[in-house]
Design a protein around this ligand. Structure first.
Ligand SMILES: [Zn+2]
Length: 377
């Protein structure tokens, strides 16, 4: 039996490994993979399904509730005075309550979203996307594996730390029960978010991951007659050059959220829904020429395959230029050393693909990973 191994290394940026010996000895074939607009919430479903955000429906974690919000059940809590409820204990309680009530199996946290906005919002990822049926309405590689009754194994953060997952996979390789292995590692993403502005530490981290994957490949080789290794990411990581506090600018306006408008401030995108023309004008005027970003109009969103007729991800979306990160002013606010989620055409947006198999010039976009995985499913 052959072993077909797929390792998704979150934030494995092409710019970071391009000139590096990363996996050179075991996966000499490499290329750049263009990514999609958004974060892992958008990019990973694109990898798993071969589809774009406008097809699988995910662009960012939070969207405007189109029907009943899953947070409607905690409306009473969200509407209490912020001074009473805006603390981490109440937020933790609220999150756990929503998770239990709605059987959310996905990963989500409230980030910096004020509790009082929640009854107007919904979450795009509510199920475990690494399971069959995990992306409702879209066929993913895990649906293919299940329908073909392939013996496969999948390892994600649901089951342990990166090192524990590698350990579990090694133990399973010894048993030779599966032909398809999917391993998701989030350690590089976590490290680069903290240290992308320190090139030497970032390279040391990539070196550690390279060694771990080489070791995993060698262990597969000792138990299987043929091993095909594929290592790829979902997007890159841009070092932080500048931070902006959009919330602070909006605090000075006469219009208020969530009464006059609603907003979700992701790290690189500010997304808005307006309830009056005055709110639209006042809020949009807080962005200046020198911010260097852009309002994504219908034409740009359509060309990025991220246009939603119902504007569930925002009536207006402002995208920051590469390296500029939106931060808040909370006491526990941490400025990240690196961020992703900028325009897919920027230098650090593309991800990388490395393999022991030569696919020629067949791959150029993260959605192309689906076809390669389906071939061995
Ligand atoms: Zn990340």
């Amino acid at each position: 039996m052959d072993a077909n191994i797929f390792v998704l290394v979150d934030a494995l940026g092409w710019e970071w490994i391009r000139g590096q010996p990363f996996l050179q000895t075991v996966a000499p074939y490499r290329c750049r993979l263009e990514s999609v607009l958004g974060y892992s919430t958008a990019a990973i479903p694109s990898i798993l399904s071969g589809r774009y955000p406008d097809e699988h429906g995910r662009l960012s974690l939070f969207q405007r509730a189109l029907g009943t919000s899953p947070f409607a059940s905690i409306r009473w809590l969200c509407e209490m005075p912020p001074a009473l409820v805006e603390n981490r204990y109440v937020r933790y309680f609220a999150r756990e309550m929503v998770r239990r009530l709605h059987h959310f199996g996905g990963w989500f946290h409230f980030l910096g979203i004020p509790l009082r906005y929640l009854p107007l919002l919904d979450v795009s990822e509510t199920l475990d996307i690494y399971q069959p049926g995990g992306i409702p309405g879209t066929e993913s590689i895990f649906d293919i594996l299940a329908s073909r009754r392939t013996n496969y194994a999948v390892y994600t953060y649901h089951d342990g730390s990166n090192l524990e997952l590698i350990g579990q996979m090694k133990a399973d390789l010894r048993k030779r029960e599966s032909s398809f292995y999917f391993l998701y590692l989030d350690g590089v993403d976590g490290f680069l978010h903290r240290h992308a502005n320190d090139r030497a530490s970032a390279e040391a981290c990539l070196h550690r991951y390279s060694a771990l994957i080489v070791n995993l490949y060698e262990s597969a080789r000792s138990h299987y007659s043929a091993v095909r290794l594929h290592v790829f990411g979902d997007h890159g990581m841009a070092p932080t050059r500048k931070v902006v506090n959009i919330q602070k600018r909006m605090d000075g306006l006469r219009v208020r959220a969530p009464e006059d408008y609603l907003c979700v401030l992701d790290s690189t995108m500010a997304r808005f829904w307006f309830f009056s023309e005055r709110a639209r004008q006042e809020v949009m005027s807080v962005f200046h020429e020198e911010d260097g970003g852009e309002w994504l109009d219908e034409t740009s969103l359509r060309s990025l395959r991220a246009w939603f007729e119902d504007r569930r991800y925002g009536q207006e979306i402002y995208l920051m230029p590469e390296g500029t990160v939106i931060v808040g002013s909370g006491p526990r606010e941490i400025v990240p050393g690196g961020m992703h989620g900028f325009h897919p055409s920027t230098l650090h947006s593309p991800s990388a693909f490395l393999s022991s198999v030569d696919y020629g010039n067949r791959l150029s976009h993260i959605t192309d990973m689906y076809g390669v995985m389906a071939e061995y499913a």
